[in-house]
Design a protein around this ligand. Structure first.
Ligand code: SF4
Length: 361
């Protein structure tokens, strides 16, 4: 499996909790040059065969439909898109009629909609530009256009009654999207975190339970889908598959011989990217041992966990030191083995970050 990620670093406003590289108020001439630079990079790729295409950001739907159409046409020109899962991210306020008719007539198969909440006050707190009514309308329109729909929501929001997150989840379920991404609030902005943080463990379990009761299978820590509607693109990242990122700040990972990996990225500057879309930085080679550890740590995010048989077939026997660490976590009730599968227990999935750290050398 190989994935193509295309980064659109433009938003109509910047949300205080967001860590993705994006700029607001870029003028159309910069956006046009950026799309041209993306096209140059895409056309120059050595291997143009991909299983998934993902246009993310930023806010891809904030592009004028003429520019977004130009990007889609150029992807169609250079990339074999037939039979490929093709996702585009959108925000409710920019899913206007032009966006919808463009997407409807394109090979884009999925739209990932940044809803976040169905409570207008929470949306204001999060710095979002849309309201609940607009989010509902956008979701209905995407479904009517015949596209698969993911709806993103955030729970455990500081200064917010947890019940509002549950109401949001129930509202999302009533719209019946194919996929739900439910993220716990996380912010670099200490002002937001000062004294309003909720304890999210019960809420985490409640979100999971409601999704399960309504037919949404949890396949990853934050992701739920109807049967066979999981995001194949996002699974690439968690399963050690190859991906190529084009655009400012986009990351790539290439598989090398002997199970080594190469990782690199573009710098976080739209201007620099426009000047030279072929320039990459921060190249690092991941050793076979580190690649194995990566597959375990990312694999623990998956509900099914890690297939130990396949892992050892790929990398050889797991070394003693790592096996000991795994055993300690099993004894502590954070990991469990089921046949050839190693997975996080419910208790372990609540502390996944520290569990992962405990496996590091
Ligand atoms: S709209 Fe999305 S990408 Fe843009 S700042 Fe907000 S959360 Fe980040």
């Amino acid at each position: 499996m190989r994935g193509l990620y295309i980064h659109i670093p433009f938003c109509n406003s910047l949300c205080p909790y967001c860590n993705f590289y994006s700029e607001k108020n870029a003028d159309d001439s910069i956006k046009e040059k950026y799309i041209d630079a993306l096209t140059a990079e895409i056309s120059s790729l050595d291997n143009k065969q991909f299983d998934t295409i993902y246009i993310g950001g930023g806010t891809p739907s904030s592009l004028h439909y003429r520019l977004l159409g130009k990007l889609i046409d150029n992807i169609i020109k250079f990339i074999n898109y037939k039979g490929v899962e093709w996702t585009i991210e959108a925000n409710p306020e920019s899913t206007n009629n032009d966006f919808l008719s463009l997407i409807k007539s394109s090979p884009v198969s999925r739209v990932s909609l940044g809803v976040q909440s169905f409570d207008d006050n929470v949306l204001k707190l999060l710095g979002r530009l849309h309201n609940a009514a607009k989010a509902e309308q956008a979701a209905e329109n995407i479904l009517s256009a015949g596209k698969q729909l993911n709806m993103d929501m955030i729970y455990d929001i500081p200064y917010t009654d947890n019940q509002k997150s549950i109401l949001t989840l129930n509202k999302i379920i009533s719209i019946h999207p194919h996929h739900i991404s439910a993220y716990s609030y996380d912010s670099a902005d200490t002002l937001y975190l000062k004294d309003g943080v909720n304890d999210d463990e019960t809420l985490f379990e409640e979100v999971e339970q409601i999704c399960f009761e309504n037919g949404y299978y949890k396949y990853e820590t934050s992701n739920f889908s109807l049967p066979d509607m999981h995001s194949r693109h996002n699974c690439l990242y968690w399963q050690g598959e190859e991906y190529t990122g084009v655009g400012a700040a986009a990351h790539s990972m290439i598989l090398l011989e002997e199970n080594k990996r190469k990782r690199y990225n573009h710098g976080t500057s739209i201007e620099e990217y426009i000047k030279n879309p072929y320039n990459t930085c921060n190249q690092e080679i991941i050793s076979k041992d580190d690649a194995l550890l990566e597959d375990i740590i990312f694999g623990l995010r998956m509900k099914n966990g890690i297939n130990l048989y396949n892992l050892e077939k790929k990398f050889g026997k797991i070394n003693k030191s790592l096996l000991n660490k795994i055993d300690i976590n099993i004894k502590n009730g954070l990991l469990k083995k089921e046949g050839i599968w190693l997975k996080a227990t419910q208790k372990g999935s609540l502390v996944l970050e520290s569990l992962s750290c405990s496996l590091l050398p």
